[in-house]
Design a protein around this ligand. Sequence first.
Ligand code: NAD
Length: 245
Amino acid sequence: MRLKDKKIIVTAAAQGIGKATALQFAKEGALVTATDINEEKLSDLQKENSNIKIQQLDATNKNAVEEFCSKVETIDVLFHAVGFVHHGTLMDCNNDEFKRSIDVNIYSAYLMSYNLVPKMLNSGKGNIIVISSAASSVKGAPNRFIYGVTKAALNGFVKALAIDYVKQGIRCNAILPGTVETPSWQGRVNMAEDPKKAREDFIARQAMGRLAQPDEIASLATYLASDESDFVTGTLNLIDGGWTL
Ligand code: NAD
């Protein structure tokens, strides 16, 4: 019970990394509120663990986030996993696609934090964990132009929050995964011209020669959410099977 009675809000909790993390947090004794834009899949999550509270939430919708957060009295941890992978180079990324990625990958983190940090300041403690990516300020990945740009911005976001609130008991850290076998990753592979080759290429680029499982990312998140990591803030935690070696 490494997270006993910690109040944790998870975004993008209906599948993939967010779902695995919500389940692991609950198993470690946390009081989890799982949010996602996809209400149907959130209900499936609750069937797996009925102690998890669920709430439909579009983390890019200012009014919805404000309303949701106004009902939060206290919070120990925000785990923010909302993200979208746009495929392509600069010249594949039109104005709308650029803005959408900024919205989903960065604005959502701002909105959630802007509305929850005041509660953390009130209680004199707080902890924000965001899911960034190795494809960011750490590594250029082919055909990940706006994705890499926005994830690099998230790395800066974490450093900025960490320095501004370190004296007020709030920590902020990022997790930077390599390739993780999640439904959206599977979808990207299936859309490739040659899905079999696409899968092999993804596996080959990680030095360990395999993909990460969402539970492995959840384990790192559990450490960062727990008091075991109390001295850790402003860090960019790579978990990439050696992709960036
Ligand atoms: P996923 O696509 O499997 O799940 C994403 C979830 O986010 C879905 O349940 C979806 O409904 C939800 N969502 C989308 N837009 C939303 C919004 N506006 N508000 C609320 N919820 C919304 O995702 P995943 O592969 O587990 O990725 C989770 C995070 O990890 C993302 O930020 C992604 O960029 C990052 N990441 C993933 C990988 C990977 O290989 N899968 C690698 C590095 C980083």
